[in-house]
Design a protein around this ligand. Structure first.
Ligand SMILES: [Cu+2]
Length: 668
């Protein structure tokens, strides 16, 4: 009898597991098939039939909004107003975006997976490919129906936006000759160009994936009508981009370059850029020579408008308040001021007054993108700055973000320094912080799939096409810390770890107040401290700043086709700095950094009760937590985000500690 019950339970358990796993595997398979060869017609019979026979308006009950969104999209389609297929798509183009969001809305309004997939299959065959991919990715990220689905790495879906023309050309040739191939992807430029030394950072496909996904997780066009509020979106815009900028600076220092200078509307754009990349449709990405002077861009903005927008924002900072649309004043001299400034500068729909404060970030991206053909005389497609996939390739991206970062800094510097009450953690002191082995970086080879870059035809078999890239990695290590808790009871502690460059490119030591703004966030996590001494170990791979490699498209296809789910990756995000780039590249003889640890009161900081045991999506530090509140109540960058008037404040706070460490780079 006992055996029978046990077996029944086992069978039931197994059965339940397969149904659940099966469901997710089926969903994954649907997404894989929709994204396979997006520039070709659908190749899978089931989806092909749907694309032909489905009528989006036949069952209006299958939409949460009663079919309102689908009605609008069908109208546009029937009137022939939608962007054609086989042309470039830019999210920054208002009309392009409007259409992509119509589809996004239809997918978001779908009540069931079936309805979502049927719509996706139907519109895939009728809408522009770029719009389709964008709408599907953002809908899977934001719709409850997308839970458990792993979005394939975009560099294997739209490889044109991640690799260069030479590699793509070779892939076409190999396909024509029906011979498999693996092609070396070189970084742009030559050794004559100093910027090439750090091209491995801006052109890293994992870094590009982080950036494009960040903007899908926190779209500037997001409105809460889509179902939820995106918590701390404006501040995350500041913090994620601030961290990209300081990471870029650290890479520069490691390569004997000065930190990046800010962009100035009335001065030449010092670095030119030749992307050596091609659109799938629409020709070459335009290049820009060195030292050109900003020109007005027809239909976008005048240089003067940009200067006016900037000065209105700086005025708000100087006043300490923002003027809302209705004329009321919004105080920004507090922790949440940065949130409002982020919304304003990014050009978020959350901005309290777009009319007055304009769209600094978005327009700047377009202005930079169009400088090669500002009047549209040559009918050039947009530059790399107009796509989140490609933007970081252009050195001017970091100039632009340094410029905005300095505006944010102006605000942070205007706030009073933290008081010692805000900084201390009563009863808790850090005795030491260290790493368990040498910090070592190196370059390695990495392959990704190019099959989706080339066209296919019926009867012609697929051949293996791969790109090989050099990418930065580091040896695994752990942080170790000794922390004393004299409270006589267990307390929840927030661990904040930073890595701050010690010397500028001139070998002048950073002062605390110069250097704090250059600090790289390495990790943030929560742990319970027992009474007495605590020895804490935290692995580098656990960092809440980073993500592991996303499984390849082929891995996702194989698993889903076999009815399996990749449990380890299911709730990981695509947003997050690649873990292999957690450390900036070191130097052969070691590059000095201060490893800073601030342990603060978790009972005040933590938003979620389970902070010590739940990683809330893994990469919350720069990417927030999906569908939840940001896990940390403190301002991002705390306690290094505000001016530190005197080094003693830091040195005499017992819950803060730093140690000078070296990062070595192994040349190979
Ligand atoms: Cu960005």
């Amino acid at each position: 009898m006992r055996t029978f019950v046990f077996l029944t339970l086992l069978a039931f358990g197994l059965c339940w597991n397969t149904v659940q796993g099966g469901d997710t595997a089926k969903k994954q398979q649907d997404i894989n098939r929709l994204l396979w060869k997006i520039y070709d017609k659908l190749q899978f019979p089931e989806l092909k039939t749907v694309a032909v026979s489905f009528d989006p308006e036949a069952d209006l009950g299958s939409y949460k909004d009663g079919g309102h969104a689908v009605y609008r999209l069908v109208q546009e389609y029937n009137d022939g107003r939608l962007l054609q297929q086989k042309t470039w798509f830019s999210l920054f183009n208002e009309r392009h975006r409007e259409e992509a969001l119509l589809l996004f809305d239809v997918l978001m309004q779908s009540k069931t997976w079936n309805s979502l997939i049927q719509n996706a299959a139907y519109w895939r065959e009728r809408m522009n490919e770029g719009q389709f991919v964008y709408a599907l990715y953002t809908a899977i990220i934001h719709s409850d129906l997308g839970h458990g689905v792993i979005l394939p790495p975009l560099y294997e879906i739209t490889p044109h936006l991640f690799t260069n023309s030479e590699v793509i050309q070779k892939a076409y040739t190999a396909k024509m000759r029906n011979t498999p191939g693996k092609f070396e992807m070189k970084f742009t430029g030559t050794k004559k160009n100093k910027e090439q030394r750090i091209a491995y950072f801006g052109e890293d496909i994992g870094m590009n994936l982080h950036h494009v996904t960040w903007h899908m997780d926190y779209p500037f066009w997001w409105e809460d009508k889509y179902g939820h509020n995106l918590d701390r979106k404006g501040e995350l815009f500041f913090w994620a981009h601030h961290q990209l900028t300081v990471r870029f600076d650290a890479e520069r220092l490691s390569n004997w370059l000065d930190v990046v200078d800010e962009l100035h509307w009335e001065k030449p754009i010092v670095e030119g850029f030749s992307p050596e990349a091609t659109y799938k449709y629409g020709g070459e990405f335009p290049s820009r020579p060195d030292n050109i002077v900003f020109q007005d861009v027809e239909g976008v903005a005048r240089v003067r408008d940009m200067i006016i927008t900037e000065s209105r924002i700086r005025d708000a900072i100087a006043h300490g308040y923002i003027l809302a649309k209705d004329g009321t004043k919004i105080d920004i001299m507090n922790d949440s001021g940065i949130e409002k400034l982020g919304d304003i500068i990014e050009s978020s729909v959350y901005s309290p007054n777009v009319q007055y404060y304009g769209q600094l970030h978005n327009l700047a991206h377009i202005m930079l993108s169009r400088q090669s053909d500002p009047q549209g005389k040559y009918n050039m497609p947009p530059g790399v700055m107009e796509h989140f996939e490609t933007a970081t390739r252009d050195p001017s991206f970091f100039r632009l973000h340094k410029y905005m970062d300095n505006i944010f800094k102006e605000h942070k510097d205007s706030l009073p320094p933290y008081t010692s009450e805000e900084l201390v953690f009563p009863g808790v002191s850090v005795l030491g912080i260290d790493v368990d082995r040498d910090l070592k970086t190196y370059f390695e080879d990495y392959e990704f799939d190019l099959r989706n870059a080339v066209d296919s035809a019926q009867g012609i078999q697929e051949v293996d096409l791969k790109a090989n890239v050099r990418r930065l990695n580091h040896q695994e290590f752990s942080f170790v810390a000794d922390v004393n808790n004299n409270n006589g009871r267990s307390v929840l502690a927030t661990f904040r770890i930073f890595l701050c460059p010690q010397y500028d490119n001139n070998n002048i030591e950073y002062t605390l107040s110069d250097g704090q703004w250059q600090c790289i966030e390495l990790d943030k996590f929560w742990k319970n401290l027992s009474p007495g001494s605590n020895h804490i170990t935290r692995r580098s791979s656990e960092s809440s700043v980073t993500i592991p490699d996303t499984p390849s498209f082929q891995t996702l296809i194989d698993a889903a086709d076999a009815g399996r789910t990749l449990a380890a990756f299911q709730y990981k995000r695509s947003c997050g700095i690649p873990n292999r780039m957690l450390l900036p590249k070191g130097k052969r003889d070691g590059m000095e950094f201060a490893l800073v640890l601030a342990v603060t009161d978790g009972s005040y900081d933590a938003v979620h009760g389970d902070a010590a045991v739940n990683d809330h999506g893994g990469s919350h530090a720069h990417c927030g937590s999906h569908g939840e509140l940001y896990p940390d109540k403190r301002p991002m960058g705390f306690p290094l985000d505000r001016h530190i008037p005197d080094r003693r404040v830091f040195d005499e706070t017992p819950n803060f500690k730093y140690k000078i460490v070296k990062v070595y780079h192994e040349e190979n």
